[in-house]
Design a protein around this ligand. Structure first.
Ligand SMILES: CCCCCCC/C=C/C(=O)SCCNC(=O)CCNC(=O)[C@H](O)C(C)(C)COP(=O)(O)OP(=O)(O)OC[C@H]1O[C@@H](n2cnc3c(N)ncnc32)[C@H](O)[C@@H]1OP(=O)(O)O
Length: 406
């Protein structure tokens, strides 16, 4: 694969080569991103004799190639190569490479196909082709940034090789209701398949998340409790499975206080950055519940059993610095510079070779994946028992009646 990519890079003039150092993406993606740059469009440019690009335009186009954020694909690169050679050297007169010299033969064929096209026209076509690449790429980027979120409880964007999944119920402190559990799963599935290299989870507003939406439990009519518990078991188990099985590096950008399941999920993330305003609170016992999201396994592993017990059994709230000292957080940033520093760092990471990052993450997680699935099942089973307990019912009633707050 890498050897093939190198061979194809050999097709490029020096300037183009420098611009196209990223690995090629599947052809279908390029078709979607570059609709106007098919062969007929190029021929149209070739027959357009009315306009003539200056040498200055040509030099500018060479420079613009370096600024392309996305690899235009091998077919377009061949066209660029041929036009570049025709514009600078005229028609192809060099001997045809042998059949087995695939790369040089493809280059030669592309150049030779231009026949007696004049240098001026080749230069014009080169400039036009580069211009269409530049404009279609900026268009595709704007579309992904500005695209309206299809989710009700999330804002999902893709930019700079990063898929950002932002919890978006700020008025409810980003409490996770059933809709949000489902939408996060959909967003993770989409992120696993898209061409981003990192996925980020973060929250909108002053909270990262206040954890499970407690009002959901209060909505269940008494006759439906059994059914609801079965559904919740499946929902929670599948939801956590999505984190266990997520294939790309997953980063939590903890923009404020985090409660309950939003904290326990951090043990399944690969990097956790937090503002110094964040706190980390798992008040399961106060709520008559028990730990979830594999925290009964990951937390003792991360911070040692006695520190994990203080959080998971006694509900001790940690500051960001304490969470950092206990290994739950990768790094803490001052709130005033949090977003700037974190996103600068992540954008740089997102330029690293995506496959190498993905396979390394998978390798690191592979040794304990089976265990995590078992832990998830056990935790969900215990929670089903807790959800019918008086301790849990009382905690929900107290929260709804505003008698208790963390
Ligand atoms: C798949 C099915 C089930 C899976 C369950 C998995 C097990 C998960 C466990 C957990 O996550 S346990 C943790 C649960 N969370 C809490 O106990 C937090 C409860 N909230 C609070 O204590 C406080 O709201 C707060 C987070 C400390 C914030 O206090 P503050 O005074 O700053 O704001 P409020 O006025 O209280 O909140 C604003 C607004 O948001 C609503 N809200 C906040 N958190 C939740 C929540 N977890 N569930 C539902 N609603 C929440 C709060 O009621 C307010 O709403 P309005 O009154 O303005 O309508």
């Amino acid at each position: 694969m890498a050897a093939a990519a190198c061979r194809l890079r050999g097709l490029m003039p020096a300037a183009t080569l420098r611009a196209c150092s990223r690995p090629p993406l599947p052809g279908s993606l390029w078709k979607r991103q570059l609709p106007a740059v098919g062969f007929p469009a190029l021929q149209l440019h070739m027959t357009n004799m009315a306009l003539r690009a200056s040498q200055e335009d040509f030099e500018r186009a060479k420079g613009q190639i370096k600024l392309l954020k996305e690899d235009p694909g091998n077919e377009v690169k061949l066209k660029l190569y041929a036009l570049f050679k025709q514009a600078t050297e005229g028609p192809c007169t060099s001997p045809k490479p042998g059949m087995l010299d695939f790369v040089n033969k493809a280059k030669w064929d592309a150049w030779n196909a231009l026949g007696s096209l004049s240098k001026d026209t080749a230069r014009q076509n080169y400039v036009d082709l580069v211009a269409s690449l530049v404009s279609s790429q900026s268009l595709s980027q704007e579309t992904s940034i500005d695209k309206k979120s299809e989710y009700e409880t999330l804002v999902v964007t893709r930019e700079d090789n990063i898929t950002k999944i932002m919890l978006n119920r700020p008025a409810k402190k980003n409490a996770i209701n059933n809709k949000m559990y489902n939408e996060i799963m959909l967003a993770l599935e989409a992120a696993d398949k898209d061409d981003s290299s990192l996925t980020v989870l973060t929250g909108n507003g002053d909270y990262y998340s206040s954890g499970n939406d407690l009002s959901e439990a209060a909505k269940v009519p008494p006759d439906d409790i059994e059914k609801k518990i079965k559904e919740s078991f499946v929902l929670l188990r599948t939801f956590v499975d999505h984190f266990i099985d997520f294939s790309k590096p997953l980063v939590a950008v903890v923009n404020g206080p985090a409660v309950g399941i939003s904290v326990t999920l951090l043990g399944l993330c690969d990097i956790v950055y937090a503002t110094d305003r964040a706190t980390f609170h798992t008040p399961f016992i106060q709520l008559g519940q028990s730990p979830e999201a594999c925290s009964s396994y990951t937390f003792p592993k991360i911070m040692g059993p006695i520190k994990a017990a203080e959080m998971l059994i006694f509900g001790r709230k940690l500051t960001a610095q304490e969470a950092y000292a206990q290994g739950l957080i990768t790094e803490v940033f001052p709130d005033s510079t949090f977003q700037r520093e974190v996103w600068t760092r992540l954008k740089a990471y997102a330029q690293l070779p995506p496959k190498a990052m993905m396979f390394s993450k998978q390798l690191i997680r592979s040794f304990e994946k089976e265990t995590l699935h078992k832990v998830n099942f056990e935790e969900c089973t215990l929670l089903c028992e807790r959800w019918v307990s008086d301790e849990f019912m009382n905690a929900v009633v107290n929260f709804i009646n505003r008698k208790s707050k963390l």
